[in-house]
Design a protein around this ligand. Structure first.
Ligand code: U5P
Length: 209
């Protein structure tokens, strides 16, 4: 069974409150999502392996550490996942960014991939898949399946808010994928929105409503 990490850091919780607030406008919403994604990236990368190197300081030679050649990739689920990319890139500027787009077939209700562009060496990279909202979990579970079909072997899922149902779906389908969230909310409503949640993350990020 994969692990679920809920970030209780005061800065993350404080910013999440303003992200939830319906009075928060597009500009501030976008900035806050970016900031929280950056803070979460700090924790998500905690287990990166280090190696020792020598570095000459102005005083002497120090034995110090650098990240041991790990290749990272960020894969936002279009479109709301885009809002988390720049924050993560601030901490990991060398990460490559792939994109995956899904829509739900109105008849079968199954997620269909309409866009996918990934780093060519996807099988060598540790991937962080982003979507601010893990609601039914259908999109994230399908996106992760599509990534695995293309050879991805190491995947983490980073969301701002999850529903218990969404977590269960991803854990059931992908027991190797750990999930990182800032909050787990009560439930889904009949329209598939997380309650209390923050509304439609894509619309709030891009001002389309
Ligand atoms: N979504 C929201 N807000 C919600 C619930 C879902 O913006 O309260 C968005 C997610 O960001 C996701 C899509 O991209 O709807 C479908 O989520 P899911 O039901 O497949 O988990």
């Amino acid at each position: 069974m994969s692990k679920v990490y809920v970030f209780d850091h005061p800065l993350i919780q404080h910013k999440l409150t303003y992200i939830r607030d319906e009075k928060t406008g597009t500009k501030e919403f976008r900035e806050l999502v970016e900031e929280v994604a950056m803070l979460m990236a700090y924790e998500v990368t905690r287990d990166l392996p280090l190696e020792e190197v020598s570095v000459k300081t102005p005083v002497a030679t120090a034995t110090s550490k650098v990240i041991a050649g790990k290749k990272l990739g960020i894969v936002p689920i279009l479109r709301a996942g885009l809002g988390m990319v720049d924050g993560i890139l601030k901490l990991i500027p060398a990460a490559k960014v792939g994109h995956i787009g899904l829509y739900r077939d109105p008849e079968t209700l199954k997620p269909v991939e309409y866009y996918c562009k990934l780093p060519s060496d996807v099988e060598e990279r540790d991937l962080i898949v982003t979507d601010p909202m893990l609601a039914t979990g259908g999109s994230a579970a399908a996106a992760i399946s599509f990534l695995k079909e293309r050879g991805a072997r190491s995947i983490k899922l980073m969301c701002l808010i999850a529903s218990p149902e969404g977590i269960e779906t991803v854990q059931k389908e992908h027991e190797d994928v750990d999930i990182y969230v800032a909050a787990i909310d009560e439930r889904l409503n009949d329209h598939g929105y997380i309650v209390p949640g923050l509304g439609d993350a894509g619309d709030r990020l891009f001002g389309t409503k």
